[in-house]
Design a protein around this ligand. Structure first.
Ligand code: FMN
Length: 208
């Protein structure tokens, strides 16, 4: 697939088809992750890969609780002084799927980056976190180039430590995201997105 076509086609998927995924394809996608730029030249991130229902149910019990207690109708119909935004529509659509979009993915990749805790005092102190997001984007684009799609869930607050403990992740690593990889359900609803105008985003020379 041509590079800009992969950029255009990549989108977050929250419904997967039953079609199996070849494990060699997953490895190729992770090799693409390994080609990402890195702040300290060590490329010392790791991947946990889940594939069975038991593994996914065990790991994502918190995500299931969050999804189960979310009432999308109530959320989208809360009286507001303004119309529901596209972001709120996306949230209302995505929240109930936070578990199934991982459970129904043939593979869930959990990248791990080396860091005991996040220190955001300076932008540069977040380099380990920034690097793993470069890895993650390479994974998304490589999956798209393979004809696959990804779901993504960021562990919410304490969910991070709960999953870390369950999966026996060493204390020196952190989890930025859970990535479901599979073939998208072609019938999945596509929600409208904001389309920024690059000419309005560029400030030549300085902010103006
Ligand atoms: C930092 C980050 C955190 C996100 N967290 C979640 C999440 O927890 N659950 C989810 O379903 N989607 C999550 N998303 C996906 C966004 O909802 C999605 O990227 C956005 O709606 C744009 O849609 P697109 O990816 O199809 O272009 C996240 C995306 C980013 C970049």
């Amino acid at each position: 697939m041509e590079f800009y076509e992969a950029i255009e086609k990549r989108k977050t998927t929250r419904e997967f088809s039953d079609k199996a995924v070849n494990v060699e394809t997953v490895k190729r996608i992770l090799e693409a992750g390994n080609k990402a730029p890195t702040w300290d030249h060590n490329r010392n991130w790791q991947y946990i890969v889940l594939s069975t229902d038991e593994e996914k149910e065990y790991a994502f019990d918190e995500a299931k609780k969050t999804a189960d207690k979310f009432d999308a109708d109530r959320y989208l119909n809360i009286p507001r002084p303004y119309p529901v935004t596209l972001g709120q529509k996306m949230y209302g659509y995505a929240m109930p799927k936070q578990f199934t979009m991982l459970k129904d993915a043939p593979y869930v990749v959990i990248p791990l980056f080396k860091s005991k805790e996040l220190d955001g005092e300076y932008v540069s102190k977040l380099n380990p976190f920034a690097t793993i997001w470069c890895v993650i984007e390479n994974i998304f684009l490589a999956a798209t180039a393979e004809g696959l799609s990804c779901s993504m869930r960021i562990p919410l607050n304490k969910e991070h430590d709960i999953v870390k403990k369950k999966l026996k992740v060493p204390p020196t690593y952190m989890i930025p995201v859970f990535i479901g990889i599979g073939y998208a359900n072609p019938e999945e609803q596509i929600l409208e997105q904001y389309k920024p105008d690059v000419d309005k985003q560029i400030h030549w020379g300085k902010w103006k």
